[in-house]
Design a protein around this ligand. Structure first.
Ligand SMILES: [Zn+2]
Length: 58
């Protein structure tokens, strides 16, 4: 059984957030995906998302 589409690897949102992408087997919900792609470098939240991505890419 494949149950990879679980919680968002960054914000922890459940599968209720249907849309998103899977990077290296980790699910990222749509809001996080959009936030990451639209986030400015000096946005305080950037660090938050970056550390979330680090958990995926390590
Ligand atoms: Zn998320």
């Amino acid at each position: 059984m494949m149950m990879t589409a679980g919680k968002c690897a960054i914000c922890g949102a459940g599968p209720a957030a249907k849309y998103g992408l899977v990077i290296l087997g980790h699910y990222i919900c749509r809001p996080c995906e959009e936030a990451i792609s639209g986030l400015a470098w000096d946005d305080p939240r950037y660090e938050f998302y970056k550390s979330g991505l680090k958990k995926i890419w390590r």
